[in-house]
Design a protein around this ligand. Structure first.
Ligand code: CP
Ligand code: NVA
Length: 308
């Protein structure tokens, strides 16, 4: 049966571990110059309603390197923008392509595509979740920290789509996760309730970033205003004053803590220039790993018609 990646709650722990193992192996083989083309003759559709640099290019290059072809579409160039129902578009695209990657605003649109497609559908970011980002970020944590067990991950910033996916990952994997957001911009109640229901107190919510980062192995941040929320930025500046990831905050974490950011970053807002430009930073490895993880995801969902 075809499998989708719409939310990380779709996956079991074994599924995560298969993706990590495969992505690390594909990265190693790529760096050794070995060419793997298991997706020769296959096509990947990408429908994006929001901007993207990393996710789009990482998926497109992943597909090309695996021997397949990406086809990029903006919704406004398709008949969806002229009111062709999603369920019709999904059924038609399923007759042409082997997998669909989608980035849009409303999460229910991706769910509707998945429900009506006979091909795998991958969420490349919605207002609610960014699952593939966290898969590749966990790969980076495994590389840098030799695993994700007993690693304290602290989210500092807005309670947004990326934070929600971290909480989902923590629910499935039992990660030690502290989510520090200003009270007004905390994650939504249904996400918190679900985390309390599914976790064994391994996810903690707070509005105090200074206490949160004590003993942190990983500090993670993201923009204060996500795509589509730009008008809120001025008000957010006040609410997030204490939430900038800067040298002072990082100094309160473990000496060997790493700072992560899904990027794009806004220097002087959620992260300081010196932290972003630190010599031993992991941001660029983190961005690179998106391509390796996207390869693992595409190879798995297209070739195996499932997660294994
Ligand atoms: N991290 C991430 O999703 O970046 P893009 O918006 O550039 O795809
Ligand atoms: N939270 C950000 C992530 C960008 C990759 C946004 O949705 O704009």
């Amino acid at each position: 049966m075809k499998k989708d990646i719409i939310s990380l709650l779709d996956l079991k722990k074994e599924d995560f571990d298969i993706f990590f193992k495969k992505a690390i192996e594909l990265k190693k083989r790529f760096n050794q110059g070995i060419v793997d083309m298991p997706l020769k003759g296959k096509s990947l559709g990408l429908i994006f309603d929001k901007q993207s640099t990393r996710t789009r290019v990482a998926f497109e290059t992943a597909m090309i390197q695996l021997g397949g072809h990406p086809i990029f579409m903006r919704s406004e160039d398709t008949q969806v923008s002229r009111d062709e129902p999603v369920k019709d578009t999904a059924r038609v695209l399923s007759r042409y392509i082997d997998c669909l990657v989608m980035r849009t605003f409303d999460h229910t649109i991706v769910e509707e595509f998945a429900k009506n497609s006979s091909i795998p559908v991958i969420n490349a970011l919605t207002d609610s979740f960014h699952p593939c980002q966290i898969l590749s970020d966990l790969m980076t944590i495994i590389e840098k920290k030799n695993g994700y067990d007993n690693i304290k991950i602290v989210w500092v910033g807005d309670g947004n789509n990326v934070a929600n996916s971290w909480i989902n990952a923590a629910s499935v994997l039992g990660l030690e996760l502290v989510v520090a957001c200003p009270e007004k911009y905390s994650v939504k109640k249904d996400i918190i309730d679900n985390a309390f229901e599914k976790t064994k107190n391994n996810v903690v919510f707070t509005d105090d970033p200074t206490t949160a980062v004590k003993n942190a192995d990983v500090i993670y941040t993201d923009v204060w205003a996500s795509m589509g929320e730009e008008t809120e930025l001025e008000e957010k500046h006040r609410a997030f004053k204490e939430f900038q990831v800067n040298k002072e905050l990082v100094a309160k974490a473990k000496d060997d803590a790493i700072v992560m950011h899904c990027l794009p970053a806004h220097r002087g807002e959620e992260i300081s220039e010196d932290v972003l430009e630190a010599e031993n930073s992991v941001f660029w490895d983190q961005a690179e790993n998106k391509r390796h993880m996207h390869k693992a995801i595409l190879e798995t969902l297209i070739s195996h018609n499932g997660y294994t």
